[in-house]
Design a protein around this ligand. Structure first.
Ligand SMILES: Nc1nc2c(ncn2[C@@H]2O[C@H](COP(=O)(O)OP(=O)(O)OP(=O)(O)O)[C@@H](O)[C@H]2O)c(=O)[nH]1
Ligand SMILES: [Mg+2]
Length: 452
C-alpha cells in the first residue's frame, strides 16, 4: 500500500533536455523511467504518478497507462535501429539515470551503481559504460550535486524533506474559532474550507511538499485526486462524507521545507452537527498528540464553551505540548481593549482549568494571509486588496504589535529615512499580525523535537 505522503514527490517542472524530441521517443524514455521506478521499490501506482509528473515537464504523450506496457516489447522497439531510438538513448543516457534516481529514496552508493548498470545494459553494446559518474555527482550526504540548477535545488529539497520524520500539528477549538483560517494562513492559500457556519466536518490533514508546484493531490476515503488545481479541489474537499481526508501540496510558508502535516478538526460544539464533536473527540483520544494548537476567538475569551472543551482536553487528551492561540485579533477595538488585557483574561481561564505557564499568543490569520500573499505577489481579489491596504495601516499601530509576543521575536525592519517605504510598511504590518512569529515557533518546536 502507499500513503498520500508518497505523492509529495513529483518531478520539478523545469525545461527538460528531451522536451524537443519526438513524442515516440518521449514515450519510450518515460516507460524506461517507469520500469525502473517500479522495479526499485516504488509502488506501481506511485511510479505511474511520478512518471506522469516527468511527462508533464516533457510535454509528452497524453493518457499513457504505463502499467499495461511490457518491457520486452518496448525494449525491442528501443533496440530497433529503424526507430532511430537507440542513438537518442545513448545521447541522453546520463539524464535518464538522473531522472530515475531523482525519485528513488533512500539512495545508497550501491543502489546508484546498480541502477546505473541496469540502465546502461539497455543500450547498444559499445555504449554500455556507465562508470561511477552518477555516484560521484550525487553525493547527497555532502550535498555535492554536480548537476546544474534548477534541478540541483530540487534534488536537495527532495532529499532533505525525505530524510525527516513526519511531524503532526493538530488544530482544535470550538466552532468557527478560526482553525481552518489559521491553517490557510500558514499554507498561504485558501485550501481548507472556512466559513461562518459550522464548516469543517472531517479531520483534514494538509501535508507539505518540497516540490514547487501549485497542483494538489488529495486522498478522500478510497478516492485519489492527483495533480489537480486548487479550484478543482474545492468541491471534493467540501462535499464528502468521509471522516478523514488528506491533501498534499505546496505551502507558501517558512515551514514549507519541513515534513509536516497540519491537522484540521471539526469544531466541537455545533448544535446542528453534534456528529462533528464525535469525529474530533475520537481523533484526539485515539493516540497521544504531538503538538496541539488550541484556538480561541478573541470575541469570546473566557466563554463557557471554551471552559467546557478545555476541561475535556485537560482530562482526556494527551499531547507533547499545547499552545493557545487567540485568533481574529484584527477585530479588537484598541479604544476599549488592549492585547495585554485580552491575553491576561485568556490566561486566567486557562489557569482555572489547570493549564499553568502556557504559551498564549495573539494572531490575525486573515490579516496574516492577505499581507503574506501581497508580499509574495500572489493573486488577491479587489476586496482582498482593499482589506490588505486597511490591514497595512491597522497593523502598524502601536497597540497591535502581535509579533512581539512570540518567543525569539526580532524586528529587523530597518528604516531608511524618516518615512518607511511602502515595502517596509507592508513588512512591518505583516510581522505585527503574528503569523510569522507563529510559523517561527512551529519551526523551532519541530527542530528541537526532530528525533522525538
Ligand atoms: N476578521 C477575521 N475573521 C476571521 C479570522 N479567522 C477566521 N475568520 C472568520 O471566522 C469564520 C470562521 O472561521 P473558520 O476558519 O471557518 O473557523 P473554524 O474554527 O475552522 O470553524 P469550524 O470548522 O466550523 O469549526 C469565517 O467566516 C472566517 O472568515 C481572522 O483572523 N479575522
Ligand atoms: Mg474549520
Amino acid at each position: 500500500m502507499y500513503k498520500l505522503e508518497d505523492f509529495s514527490i513529483s518531478y520539478p517542472q523545469i525545461r527538460h533536455p528531451i522536451k524537443d524530441e519526438s513524442v515516440e521517443f518521449k514515450k519510450h524514455y518515460l516507460f524506461v523511467v517507469y520500469y525502473f521506478l517500479q522495479k526499485f521499490r516504488v509502488n506501481p501506482t506511485v511510479a505511474a504518478f511520478q512518471t506522469n509528473s516527468l511527462n508533464k515537464a516533457l510535454d509528452g504523450p497524453q493518457d499513457m497507462n504505463w502499467e499495461t506496457l511490457h518491457l520486452d516489447v518496448e525494449l525491442e522497439k528501443i533496440h530497433h535501429v529503424s526507430y532511430g531510438l537507440s542513438n537518442r538513448f545513448v545521447y541522453y543516457r546520463e539524464q535518464l539515470v538522473l531522472d530515475v534516481l531523482f525519485f528513488i529514496y533512500p539512495l545508497s552508493a550501491d543502489l546508484i551503481d546498480l541502477i546505473t548498470k541496469e540502465i546502461m545494459a539497455l543500450l547498444p553494446e559499445p555504449h554500455r559504460h556507465g562508470g561511477d559518474w552518477p555516484r560521484k555527482s550525487l553525493d547527497l550526504k555532502k550535498q555535492i550535486l554536480t548537476i546544474p540548477e534548477p534541478v540541483r535545488s530540487a534534488w536537495q529539497a527532495n532529499y532533505l524533506y525525505r530524510s525527516q520524520n513526519m511531524r503532526n500539528i493538530t488544530f482544535t477549538a470550538t466552532m468557527s474559532a478560526g482553525k481552518s483560517s489559521l491553517i490557510n494562513a500558514i499554507i498561504g492559500r485558501r485550501i481548507a474550507p472556512a466559513k461562518k457556519a459550522a464548516c469543517t466536518a472531517a479531520v483534514n490533514s494538509y501535508l507539505t511538499s518540497p516540490i514547487k508546484s501549485d497542483l494538489l493531490n488529495l486522498a478522500i476515503g478510497g478516492n485519489r485526486y492527483l495533480n489537480i488545481s486548487l479550484d478543482d479541489a474545492k468541491d471534493p474537499l467540501s462535499n464528502h462524507s468521509e471522516n478523514f481526508s488528506e491533501v498534499v501540496g505546496r505551502f507558501y510558508s517558512t515551514l514549507s521545507d519541513q515534513k509536516i502535516q497540519l491537522i484540521d478538526t471539526p469544531g466541537v460544539d455545533s448544535v446542528d452537527h453534534v456528529e462533528h464533536r464525535d469525529v474530533t473527540f475520537d481523533y484526539l483520544k485515539k493516540a497521544q498528540q504531538d503538538l496541539l494548537i488550541y484556538v480561541m476567538p478573541v470575541s469570546f475569551i473566557g466563554s463557557e464553551r471554551d471552559f467546557n472543551y478545555l476541561k475535556f482536553i485537560k482530562e482526556q487528551v494527551t499531547y507533547r505540548r499545547i499552545v493557545f492561540i487567540v485568533s481574529m485579533m484584527d477585530m479588537i477595538d484598541l479604544e476599549d481593549d488592549s492585547v495585554d488585557e485580552i491575553l491576561l483574561a485568556a490566561k486566567k481561564l486557562l489557569e482555572k482549568i489547570g493549564f499553568e505557564h502556557s504559551d498564549v499568543l495573539p494572531i490575525s490569520a486573515y490579516a496574516g494571509l492577505l499581507l503574506k500573499r501581497k508580499m509574495l505577489n500572489l493573486a488577491l481579489s479587489d476586496d482582498e486588496l482593499e482589506d490588505a491596504q486597511h490591514f497595512t495601516r491597522q497593523f502598524r499601530s502601536k497597540g497591535l504589535r502581535l509579533g512581539e509576543y512570540y518567543p525569539n521575536w526580532e524586528d529587523d525592519g530597518k528604516q531608511i529615512g524618516s518615512e518607511p517605504s511602502a515595502d517596509q510598511q507592508l513588512k512591518q504590518a505583516y510581522l505585527n499580525t503574528g503569523l510569522l512569529g507563529f510559523e517561527d515557533l512551529l519551526i523551532k518546536d519541530i527542530e528541537e523535537n526532530q528525533n522525538a
